[in-house]
Design a protein around this ligand. Structure first.
Ligand SMILES: [Fe+2]
Length: 199
């Protein structure tokens, strides 16, 4: 395992935990919980800032660029599929952010929008992560020369430091951990096909 890919896979493990927390929230809402909008704002901010800007940012602006330079098509094939997943994830993230930004208690309509966005996002991100861990990243490791992978590792650190900001990133991680603590994921609900990918 090259370090660059290891960085992305470690981020996957954390994203899975927070996705598990979102799953727990959605289940609780189905059971009658009416959460504060602030909770939704925090989930939405994590999905936007950590998952999309920090993690997908490293993939789209660095890894996928190197892969296309080494012969992978950008518009279709595995990278095209990953990009389409990212676009779909953004639409569910936007829905959660919008609910978090509204006024007053959540209405019945808001709650059903939350359940539908969350129930779509959680399996999407789990299956997306499974495709990257098991298909896309192994392809990248086969095709990218070792010096390119080593350079990517440096670029990922630089991306976090300059594009995201070290303090901001720490803030996003703390916010994600807080959500996991408040809405503990149920390991029994993680699809067994992905359970082997955690080590
Ligand atoms: Fe990813």
């Amino acid at each position: 395992m090259r370090a660059a890919i290891d960085i992305l896979m470690k981020e996957h493990r954390f994203i899975e935990e927070v996705a598990g927390a979102l799953d727990t929230l959605v289940l609780s809402v189905r059971d009658g919980l009416v959460p504060d909008r602030q909770v939704l704002a925090r989930f939405g901010a994590f999905l936007r800032d950590y998952v999309d800007r920090a993690h997908h940012g490293k993939e789209e602006d660095r890894l996928f660029v190197r892969m296309t330079e080494h012969g992978f098509p950008a518009e279709y094939g595995p990278i095209g599929v990953m990009l389409a997943d990212h676009v779909e994830g953004r639409s569910h993230t936007r829905a959660i952010i919008d609910l978090g930004a509204g006024d007053g208690p959540l209405s019945e309509g808001d709650l059903s929008r939350l359940v539908s966005a969350g129930s779509a996002y959680v399996p999407l991100i789990r299956s997306h992560i499974g495709k990257e861990d098991n298909i896309l990243y192994p392809m990248a490791m086969r095709v990218l020369p070792v010096p390119v992978l080593d350079q990517l590792e440096k670029e990922f650190f630089e991306f976090d430091r300059l594009q995201i900001g070290t303090a901001k990133l720490e803030e996003y991680v703390a916010a994600g951990k807080d959500l996991v603590a408040r809405f503990p994921p149920d390991p029994a609900r993680v699809h067994p096909v992905f359970m082997g990918c955690h080590s």
